[in-house]
Design a binder for this molecule. Structure first.
Ligand SMILES: C[S@@+](CC[C@H](N)C(=O)[O-])C[C@H]1O[C@@H](n2cnc3c(N)ncnc32)[C@H](O)[C@@H]1O
Ligand code: SF4
Ligand code: SF4
Length: 335
């Protein structure tokens, strides 16, 4: 039963090509069904999704990204990554590996050895890769097909050539990345999806509608995203609507993040590791996920009072990018 539910959740994550539309879930019937369904998918024995940082190096210098606030690092050790994958296979049968935190995952010279192991060691696992798209050359594209990565998200931000240079902090032609994407779209198998993540508003996108149509015609899904403040570290860039009614963040229930150093955080935007819950160099991920500290974090989120273990969550707005999946009666003494 547990493996079946994780399988359903995996498919919902790696096959999803749509941003969650928060307004949908304010309707009471929708919201009740959504909340009940999401809660069935929570697995307190082992995290459903592991965000695995393959590399902390980067070839871009995006000003909205809090990577520069994080401790310096290079690439994750292959044996450490395999140890994490082996534990997931043993304890959970189905796990989603989301390959991102800070840095560009394709810069890890051994990325294919790690990523291909996720499926060869357990074909039921899901993989989603987030990349800036610069390194999607023909060799890497073939390896992406071979590794059976379910979902590839290219963070393109904008198709406006001048604006692209500002957003990535480098003199790079956006058309170079677009052509990489168009080639990849041709080469992927039918069960792999390619998403182009844009941060421009729909109005701004109208200016390059024809080019967007080229992407759509190639089977690439356009995802409309917006900047958030990443645990309060990039407030200047946030375009997240301020929401006075705060709800518990999804992270402490659904995902955990492992850095290139083997440190584990409850959250993928925790650049300063204020929400560190352990290290896989010392403990198993199962022990870390089932620890009192993680329960205490969940309690702080349910109470809305970030006074002790989740102080870093107080000034964050990233939580609001996913709908509330708790009923009022589950929230404890909220203000
Ligand atoms: C930190 S990057 C790492 C992977 C890869 N380097 C990339 O850019 O896709 C992961 C994702 O976080 C997004 N991101 C970074 N800072 C953000 C912010 N302040 N608001 C929203 N998304 C952000 C990036 O656009 C990207 O889609
Ligand atoms: S968003 Fe991605 S590409 Fe840009 S600086 Fe951050 S890690 Fe690098
Ligand atoms: S509230 Fe923000 S900092 Fe806290 S876990 Fe959620 S996304 Fe991370």
């Amino acid at each position: 039963m547990r493996a079946k539910l994780r399988e359903i959740a995996k498919n919902a994550i790696v096959k999803s090509t749509e941003q969650v539309e928060l307004s949908k879930y304010s309707n009471s019937i929708y919201s009740k069904i959504y909340k009940s369904g999401m809660q069935l998918l929570i697995d307190k024995k082992f995290p459903l999704q592991i965000n695995l940082e393959l590399s902390r190096a980067c070839n871009y210098d995006c000003p909205f990204c809090a990577r520069t606030e994080a401790e310096k690092g290079t690439h994750i050790d292959v044996e450490l990554a395999k140890k994490i994958i082996d534990e997931a296979n043993e304890k959970a049968k189905v796990t989603v590996f989301a390959l991102h935190m800070w840095g560009e995952p394709l810069l890890n010279p051994k990325w294919y050895e790690i990523v291909s192991y996720i499926k060869t060691s357990n074909p039921r696992n899901g993989i989603t890769l987030t990349t800036n798209g610069f390194l999607l050359n023909s060799k890497n594209r073939q390896l992406i097909v071979d590794a059976k990565i379910d979902q590839i998200i290219v963070s393109l931000h904008t198709i406006n050539a001048e604006e692209y240079k500002v957003r990535v902090g480098k003199d790079i032609d956006v058309e170079f990345v677009i052509s990489n994407m168009l080639e990849l779209a041709k080469e992927l198998s039918s069960d792999q999806s390619l998403i182009c993540r844009l941060f421009d508003t729909v109005d701004e996108q109208k200016k390059y509608e024809t080019r967007l149509d080229d992407l759509r015609s190639a089977g690439i899904v356009i995802e409309n995203d917006h900047y958030d403040n990443s645990a309060g570290l990039r407030s200047d860039w946030s375009s997240t609507e301020s929401n006075s009614k705060r709800w518990p963040c999804y992270h402490p229930w659904l995902t955990t993040t492992i850095t290139v150093h083997g440190d584990v955080s409850i959250c993928c935007v925790d650049a300063k590791m204020d929400l560190k819950i352990g290290s896989v160099n010392k403990d198993t991920l199962e022990e870390i996920w089932q620890s009192e500290l993680v329960e205490e974090m969940r309690d702080e989120h349910l109470s809305g009072k970030f006074t002790n273990v989740c102080k870093a969550c107080e000034g964050c707005d990233t939580w609001s990018t996913k709908p509330d999946f708790f009923f009022n009666f589950q929230k404890k003494n909220r203000p």
